[in-house]
Design a protein around this ligand. Structure first.
Ligand SMILES: N[C@@H](CCC(=O)N[C@@H](CS)C(=O)NCC(=O)O)C(=O)O
Length: 235
């Protein structure tokens, strides 16, 4: 059985949070827009009606279709064994996953602070102000929060010695912020030892090692969510 994953081709984007968990768990999926082209994604979205995905990424299994990164991951985690395994634990994972969605949205809004459909070049001054606040206030506040969550046990993962969808997403968050804000991350990473240990432990999972070495893992670029504009970075 393989799911159809629909997400914009050419970028990691939000689709990457879904890919990483599926890859770590060894769950099969077809990355449909990468194989069939962006028009196939637009057509697939267009032909859906009623209660349907607002935007990619979404995962399809026959007639079943689920969108929203945190929702997809919570559902897949329960089904494929990378959730907590009990309701209270799963709800806590969802809380963390939704908070990751929040910082991901903020990371995107740094380079698009006025509007997502304007070019970065048309909002550079506002982006510079947004970046300063994001670097100095927002990254440390979110990181402290995740560091606390990872302090609930001996680690390296949120659930202890068993990885969950939150850990693969924290891996991607750290990787994305390292790409976008290398100076800032170098300056502050030492304050978040548990978060970095979690990132490192995810990188050592067999499925993740295979994935990162494969052509399926695209490089970060300036069309994605985490973009490196040197003028937006500082220690
Ligand atoms: N909260 C949604 C956000 C989905 C989203 O914003 N997708 C982007 C690509 S990363 C998109 O295609 N947006 C189109 C739009 O908002 O009109 C999630 O986490 O999946």
């Amino acid at each position: 059985m393989a799911y159809d994953l629909w997400y914009w081709p050419g970028i990691q984007g939000r689709g990457e949070f879904v890919r990483l968990a599926l890859e770590a768990a060894g769950v099969g999926y077809r990355d449909r827009a990468r194989s069939d082209g962006v028009e196939a994604l637009v057509d697939d979205l267009d032909r859906r009606s009623g209660i349907r995905p607002y935007a990619p990424p979404y995962l399809v299994d026959g007639d079943f279709c689920i969108a929203q990164v945190a929702h997809i991951l919570a559902w897949a985690g329960e089904k494929h064994g990378f959730g907590a395994g009990d309701q209270a634990g799963d709800l806590q994972l969802i809380m963390l996953q939704l908070t990751i969605s929040d910082i991901v949205a903020e990371a995107h809004n740094v380079h698009h602070p006025i509007a997502g459909d304007l070019y970065y070049e048309d909002q550079k001054d506002a982006a510079a102000r947004a970046a300063e606040n994001f670097r100095e206030q927002r990254i440390p506040k979110f990181f402290r929060y995740f560091e606390d969550a990872l302090s609930a046990n001996d680690g390296p993962f949120v659930l202890g010695d068993r990885w969950s969808h939150v850990d693969t997403s924290l891996f991607q968050l750290v990787e994305g912020l390292r790409y976008a804000f290398p100076q800032r991350m170098k300056a502050i990473e030492g304050d978040y030892a548990k978060l970095i240990a979690c990132r490192d432990a995810v990188a050592e999972l067999d499925g993740i090692k295979d994935y990162l070495a494969s052509e399926r893992r695209l490089a970060f670029n300036e069309d994605g969510i985490f973009r490196h504009y040197p003028e937006l970075d500082a220690a």
